[in-house]
Design a protein. Structure first.
Length: 171
């Protein structure tokens, strides 16, 4: 009986603090003053690029180069990248961050989260083909959102490089 009472108490606590509570009911407060282009530049883009750099093959003069991770740390980097993209999709829906029309914005953000979680599962199972296969739909979601919500850089922003700092430009 004591176990049943303890279980009922734990379930009651879980119901009070579980998912689905609104920000107002939980006392949560969000600061979404970081400009969208900065959010993309420092959160979404690096995570997406880190995931895509670990998928597929690169064609070189010497032949195909497999881009898949070769060690546990590399696989964990892919899991982290996909997890970050998934949570960024959630953050895009925070009050004050959504763009009009909000329903479409939120749909695309939710799709990004769902596809990033598929990508995370692929990386977590160390499945090279699944990582490649999930990267495409994730990219398609990004493109669909960018086509609808073009968010340009501020006038004083430095132009983005053609390639990440750790990737040499082609000659």
């Amino acid at each position: 009986m004591k176990r049943l009472v303890a279980l009922a108490g734990l379930l009651s606590l879980g119901a009070c603090s579980g998912p689905g509570g609104s920000a107002a009911s939980t006392g949560a407060s969000f600061d979404t003053t970081l400009p969208m282009n900065e959010f993309m530049l420092h959160v979404v883009d690096p995570a997406g690029q880190a995931f895509w750099r670990g998928a597929g093959v690169e064609l070189t003069d010497a032949g195909e180069k497999d881009l898949s991770p070769t060690d546990e740390a590399g696989w964990e980097d892919l899991v982290t990248a996909a997890s970050t993209v998934a949570e960024a999709g959630n953050a895009l829906q925070l009050p004050g961050r959504a763009r009009a029309p909000e329903a479409e914005w939120n749909r695309l953000a939710q799709e990004m989260t769902a596809r990033a979680l598929d990508a995370r599962k692929a990386a977590d199972t160390r499945d090279k083909q699944a990582v490649f296969d999930t990267g495409g739909p994730l990219y398609e979601t990004c493109v669909a959102c960018h086509e609808k919500y073009v968010i340009g850089p501020p006038a004083n922003a430095k132009p983005l490089p053609d390639f990440p700092a750790d990737v040499p430009a082609p000659k």
